[in-house]
Design a protein around this ligand. Structure first.
Ligand SMILES: [Zn+2]
Length: 264
């Protein structure tokens, strides 16, 4: 049965979520909001119509973490609590940001309010409507002779490699964005771009479109800015890989399965 929870976020851009200490840790329930009232600056329902909704809340400035709660990275929820709560935490985070970033109208400055029907905020003065942010991004597994192109991003933990990714720019198709990103990041030209799968990735507001592609020409060369290293990987030379809930890992696991290897 669906039981609503309370996602209480800290003030960081990535939105650490508070869990009740314990074994296993648990999410607080909406009824606990009253208990945390002194620590919370802003709160709301994730689904605005109906009674049985998850709630989101954000810690007030300088408010300490309420006692009994421990902040966790939202990415951890997938392994700790399953895919359903991981997805729900992302929706709650994006609904919080919709309210947080649209208190006042960016066009006329009036105070905004929740939209009657849509998952949006509206300005009662000039009718400006703000929707939740979604930033389209592409991620691609580039293959050559059974090898996979993987890069070490400068922000990754040491030894971690992943397939290449980047944001879509205005005016681009997804395929154009992939071609440009791989050329910019790796100096490699690709062909045979095939759709793989998609995934919401609310860190803070990405939406990932995953693709497969084949190498056409060029020697992989790291740009030194975003990527500090690039290499062709085989199933026998696997580096540290991204976490299993990411579409990056799903692309890598799909490649491993096609190479006859059961993914870890
Ligand atoms: Zn306005």
């Amino acid at each position: 049965m669906y039981s609503p929870v309370l996602f209480l976020f800290d003030r960081s851009g990535d939105g650490l979520v508070m869990l009740e200490a314990g074994d296993p840790p648990r999410l607080p329930s909406p009824g606990d909001l009253e208990k945390f009232r002194d620590s919370v600056a802003l709160s709301g329902k994730v689904v605005r119509s109906g009674e049985n909704s998850d709630m989101w809340a954000r810690l007030a400035p300088n408010a300490p973490t309420p006692s009994g709660l421990i902040p966790h990275n939202r990415r951890e929820l997938a392994t700790m609590m399953g895919q359903d709560l991981f997805i729900r935490s992302g929706i709650a985070f994006q609904m919080m940001n919709l309210t947080l970033k649209n208190k006042f109208c960016g066009v006329c400055g009036a105070e905004m309010r929740d939209h009657d029907q849509d998952r949006a905020r509206e300005c009662p003065t000039c009718n400006n409507i703000a929707y939740p942010s979604l930033y389209p991004a592409v991620i691609v597994a580039v293959e050559k002779d059974g090898m996979l192109l993987m890069g070490h991003n400068v922000n990754f933990p040491s030894g971690r490699y992943s397939v290449l990714a980047g944001f879509v720019e205005p005016g681009e198709t997804l395929e154009q964005a992939i071609g440009r990103e791989v050329m910019e990041e790796a100096q490699v030209k690709i062909k045979n771009i095939r759709y793989f799968a998609s995934q919401p990735w609310p860190f803070p507001a990405s939406f990932m479109f995953g693709f497969n592609a084949d190498w056409e020409s060029g020697e992989p060369t790291a740009d030194g800015v975003e990527l500090s290293d690039l290499k062709w990987v085989t199933p026998n030379t696997l580096p540290d890989l991204p976490p299993s809930e990411s579409i990056a890992r799903k692309l890598i696991n799909d490649w491993l399965r096609r190479r006859g290897v059961i993914p870890i």
